[in-house]
Ligand binder design. Sequence first.
Ligand SMILES: [Zn+2]
Length: 335
Amino acid sequence: MPELPDVTIYVECLSRRVVAHTLESVSIRGLNLLRTFEPPVEAAERRRVAGVERLGKRIVLALEGDLFLVMHLMIAGRLRWADTGARAGAVSARKTRTGTIDQARFGFDTGVLTLTEAGTKKRASLHLMQGREAMSELHRGGVDVLTCSPEAFARALRAENRTLKRSLTDPRLFDGIGNAYSDEILHAARLSPFKQSRSLSEAESDSLHAASVGTLTRWIDTLRREFGLIDENGRPAPGRFPGPGEVTAFRPGFAVHGKFGHPCPVCLAPVQRIVYAENECNYCPGCQTEGRILADRSLSRLLKSDWPRTLEEREGPARIVARGPQPDVPPDPTP
Ligand SMILES: [Zn+2]
């Protein structure tokens, strides 16, 4: 799932291409994609783009007239960009090679933005909201770890007694962190993913906060350089839009996430994994669990019982149900 660093890259790439340009057309192909019916999606057409923003893991196109197009890519949703002139060849060739399916196309005077989603489970969503207040109701309420104080971080962490893995990835508590970066953050903080959030000392909570900021900041910087969004002097540059496979939860530079069996870059112990629900949690026993290899089956159960029933439940909008049809999205259990 695209997390805070990936979404930041999409937002910056898109900003440089569409801000102050006109969204000329919106074409929805995915049957499940659009989750609002009022205002109608055609209302977004022929409007100037005022800005591109991040809302948790969502990407927001702010349009003139106080309209907001809000995309959540969930697990398999991705964005593609084709400059005007290159559009037809580039878009259709990628579609056949990767087997992704176009869910929506947004035509600008500068190019075409395509939202693709691979696989049979279509979970990505698109909301068109009138007004910033309505738009912000889509936010699940998590604090932005990059800007919050250590005290606000500690308060969010202790709001519920959960495993650290669950707390960090809960969008009601923290903003933009998912399965991949939570593994990396916990490794950097040298904390077990299974430790309960309320058992953390103040020093451990501060260290987890620092590891969150450090890990996310370092990866945003790494990805900005990879996609040419900053030049060698650190100045903003136009950059290139991520291509197929380039927004991924499996990066060669990760320490533990997706590295089962590989040596930990810090202590060389083989990275372990716990498989649960639709997820996998990776950790280093040397750095995080005092050398203990934790029994897979019981911890799978622990994480599973600590987890929302479905991904949609975890990522879904908080109070939006009354606003429009929500196909295949179970009601949110949180008040
Ligand atoms: Zn290690």
